[in-house]
Design a binder for this molecule. Structure first.
Ligand code: MG
Length: 456
């Protein structure tokens, strides 16, 4: 894997190997130039390298004359909201999201708090590569101030949503185990749960960036929280990634529900209160389609990537949306994936139905997703391989939004090229793991035949 990735989603790299203060400095100067010297919000997750990178970023922005508004440690969704609220020209979130602790990176935000789209990102990357920085003289440098209400603003917005009844949630006195992985979530999630009257057990609640496990909230990484839910007899467990845009849930039985079901439960709750279109990415579970059908609502699908989902949601006035990796987007709060929103919606749903999380989960259609990848020989044209797959399956029901997705009754399989590695990602979903696995294998084998014999 590349040690430094400069792409349309910003920059991400391993500290000491690809990502250095120099890279962060130059990227901040490129972004400051792109923002025309306007104010820029800067925040970070809790990684041990965060403060070092922040100094470089702030230094770069000051050099290009941008006033800097520092938020300190806070989640990505909090930073997105603050960028919009404070009417900044942009925002920089210092995080490598779910990547392990040796990584860090910069996520770049537009004035509306959405991530830069591919066109906007290209402009920043061009300025970075050309070193075309609008550096200012001594009397025109940017000044730094801090804004310490971003977390409270975020909480206030979520707790005042029209369909959230905090009294109803408080009355239930839910027992919740919250695993913040010593990430940015630690500065907001315990506060949120306290406001909601929960009896809380916090695991890894010190935002010092010392992640005690692999930070991606996949079921196989959640052993500690599952055990704690059992031990404390909790109603549920909530787990976030280091920048708290993704949320995974653990039922009262100590079983991880899988991130797809975070979004499913949230969509089910919102559509109960408000009918309208739903937007998810093309790799998100079909359980969303089943749920939307119950409420007679339509589902639109986009390419993978939060910005793609957020932009289509705005365009068509979606009432809820997100990505299957535990990323719930509620436009009333902000057009970005938000674990704080996710937790609040789930607790409200539990409070008003008087059902346990496991019961609510069991009432939804059940699917299993299998993910695998195909390593390709170097130099191979991934687009041509994808096109050959399309031709092979052209008589089937296809969705070409991102790679090739083959739709079958109650199942689908998708093959798409990775943006960062010479691999194809294969994802399959079916009612059982066995069927999903068989589908993924079928596509893997078909692809292997195409790669080894391109003329057929
Ligand atoms: Mg994240």
């Amino acid at each position: 894997m590349a040690r430094l990735m400069v792409s349309i989603s910003g920059v991400r790299g391993i500290i000491g190997e690809g990502l250095s203060p120099e890279v962060a400095l130059h990227f901040a100067q490129a972004f400051g130039t792109y923002c025309n010297g306007g104010p820029v919000v800067v925040a970070r997750d809790s990684r041990t390298s965060g403060e070092m990178i922040q100094h470089a970023v702030v230094s770069g922005l000051m050099a290009t004359g941008n006033p800097v508004i520092e938020l300190g440690i806070c989640p990505t969704p909090t930073t997105q909201m603050a960028t919009e609220k404070l009417q900044a020209a942009g925002g920089i979130m210092i995080t490598a999201s779910h990547n392990p602790v040796m990584w860090n990176g910069l996520k770049l935000l537009a004035p509306d708090g959405l991530f830069l789209d591919s066109e906007q990102s290209k402009q920043v990357v061009q300025l970075y590569q050309d070193r075309a920085f609008a550096l200012k003289t001594w009397d025109d440098l940017g000044l730094v101030k801090t804004y310490d209400r971003a977390v409270q603003d975020h909480l206030d917005t979520v707790l005042h949503l029209p369909f959230i009844h905090t009294e109803q949630i408080r009355a239930r006195r839910f027992k919740v185990v919250a695993d913040c992985i010593n990430g940015a979530g630690a500065v907001i999630i315990p506060k949120l749960l306290k406001e909601l009257g929960c009896d809380i057990v916090v695991l890894n609640g010190t935002p010092d960036g010392r992640f005690p496990r692999t930070p991606e909230p996949l079921p196989e990484n959640l052993g500690e929280v599952c055990k704690a839910v059992h031990q404390y007899g909790a109603d549920l467990g909530v787990v976030v990634d280091p920048d708290s845009d993704r949320l995974a849930l653990v039922s009262e039985k100590g079983i991880p529900l899988g991130e797809e079901y975070t979004l499913a439960l949230a969509v089910d709750f919102v559509l109960q209160h408000r009918r309208g279109p739903v937007v998810v990415n093309v790799s998100t579970s079909q359980v969303i389609d089943d749920i939307a059908r119950r409420y007679d609502c339509r589902v639109e699908r986009t390419r993978v990537g939060e910005i793609n989902v957020a932009k289509l949601m705005r365009e068509i006035g979606a009432v809820v949306g997100g990505e299957g990796n535990g990323g719930v987007i509620l436009p009333d709060v902000h057009l970005g994936r938000d674990a704080i929103v996710g937790i609040t919606l789930i607790l409200q749903k539990m409070a008003q139905t008087s059902k346990s999380l496991h019961q609510l989960f069991s009432e939804l259609p059940q699917y299993k997703i299998v993910k695998t990848k195909i390593e390709l020989p170097t130099g191979i044209d991934t687009a041509a391989v994808v096109e050959s797959i399309r031709q092979k399956y052209q008589n089937e029901n296809l969705d070409m939004t991102d790679g090739v997705k083959i739709l079958r009754p109650h199942a689908w399989v998708q093959v798409r090229a990775s943006n960062t590695e010479p691999i194809l990602r294969v994802m399959a979903e079916a009612p059982t793991e066995q069927e999903a696995h068989a589908l993924a294998q079928e596509l893997k084998q078909a692809t292997a035949r195409i790669v080894s014999n391109p003329s057929t």
